[in-house]
Ligand binder design. Structure first.
Ligand code: MRU
Length: 368
């Protein structure tokens, strides 16, 4: 997408042909800073520190991390070590493992001398595929918004609520939950997005709002607890969220707080959709209870970071000294609360049979 008139992806190969550029998401929305990753360690650190984040982007970064590793040393041992180090960075988003498995399958049978070039080629393909997948998700989601606009809201704006950041920054481009929103905006549909701030990292307030603002999408940031009120008062027509992992039965793991939005949506008859690329489906886990939930550092909860009136970026403590903190990064929304899954192959029910029928090759691979 464009930032101040210039086209950016969230990650790219630099013109030198080997180092990797990425937007440093820790600095947004106050500073737009580009980072240059020059080693596998740097790629792993970028994922761990959330310089890059969001399931599909984590996968693409890991793929480039393997390429950087192969450039330095393309032995079997180096390939193993790179995959192991990258896999250990974050536990919940399955796209990380998916991308590493893919890289291993691509490189494992090649002679060491051919691995670096093949790794860069495959990492580039994974990134390009993500863009194409998200565009397809956008088309299917757009059709949904168009029907809703025509049947339920003729002549009025459609209000969409989203949680966390499942926008182009969380992917390589377009985003998952935001792809239909950007296309709807480009088509001239009257839409407005309620943006959950998404404590503690504030991916909604810092990233989603920044993205939507740059694309001219009308939006309003709301504290995380506001969605239920809005739904009770008919102010939300549709919820679209992203996901970090979908289990074989359609349970959806996403940023902490998603489940509460799904409950509120269910209680108020608001459609609750999840937008996802197929690499986010984990056919090896039977249901959401088997998905590992990341627990993150306490300082994400105990402090807040922002820009002071005179332009300095500062962190301040917001809780009493000594109070214990819990920081679960994700929760699982049971499939029964999900109206539908928006994928690159179309709209599906969140259930085992529908997912297996939609992605037969993935189910077969998981059974091997
Ligand atoms: O912890 P994060 O920021 O990496 O969390 C990932 C997310 O942004 C989401 O939960 C998102 O909705 C799914 S990724 C498209």
């Amino acid at each position: 997408m464009k930032v101040d008139g210039k086209y950016f992806r969230s990650i790219w190969l630099e013109p030198d042909g080997w180092s990797v550029g990425a937007i440093d998401q820790r600095k947004l929305p106050h500073q737009f800073v580009v980072a240059r990753l020059t080693s596998c360690d740097a790629a792993a650190d970028a994922i761990r520190s959330m310089l890059v984040r969001g399931a599909p982007l984590i996968g693409a970064t890991a793929a480039y991390g393997v390429a950087l590793a192969m450039r330095a040393d393309s032995s079997d041992a180096a390939l193993d070590a790179a995959c192991k180090a990258l896999l250990a960075t974050r536990p919940t988003a399955i796209n990380l493992k998916w991308a590493l498995d893919d890289m291993r399958a691509t490189l494992g049978h090649l002679p060491a001398s051919g691995r670096a070039e093949a790794a860069y080629t495959r990492a580039g393909e994974i990134a390009d595929d993500d863009v194409a997948i998200n565009q397809a998700i956008g088309q299917h989601g757009l059709a949904l918004i168009e029907v809703l606009a025509a049947t339920r809201k003729p002549g009025e704006r459609v209000n969409i609520l989203t949680h966390c950041n499942a926008g182009w920054l969380a992917t390589v481009d377009w985003g998952t939950a935001t792809a239909p929103i950007y296309l709807a905006r480009d088509r001239g549909l009257a839409i407005h997005v309620w943006v959950d701030e998404t404590r503690p990292r504030n991916q909604g307030a810092s990233l989603t709002a920044w993205e939507l603002g740059h694309h001219g999408v009308p939006h309003t940031i709301i504290p995380d607890n506001t969605g239920g009120y809005l739904m009770q008062h008919g102010m939300v027509d549709l919820v679209i969220v992203g996901t970090d992992r979908v289990a074989a039965n359609g349970d959806v793991c996403n940023k902490i707080g998603t489940y509460l939005k799904a409950l509120a949506a269910h209680d108020n008859g608001v459609p609750f959709y999840v937008a996802l690329p197929s690499p986010t489906i984990d056919f090896s886990v039977d249901d959401g209870t088997q998905i590992p939930i990341e627990q993150r550092a306490a300082d994400e909860v105990t402090t807040m970071t922002g820009r002071t009136a005179d332009g300095r970026i500062e962190s301040v403590r917001i809780v009493p000294d000594g109070s214990p903190v819990a920081n679960y990064g994700f929760d699982v929304t049971p499939a029964r609360l999900v109206t539908g899954l928006i994928t690159e192959r179309g709209l599906f029910k969140a259930d085992r049979a529908a997912l297996a029928a939609a992605f037969p090759e993935r189910t077969a691979a998981a059974a091997e």
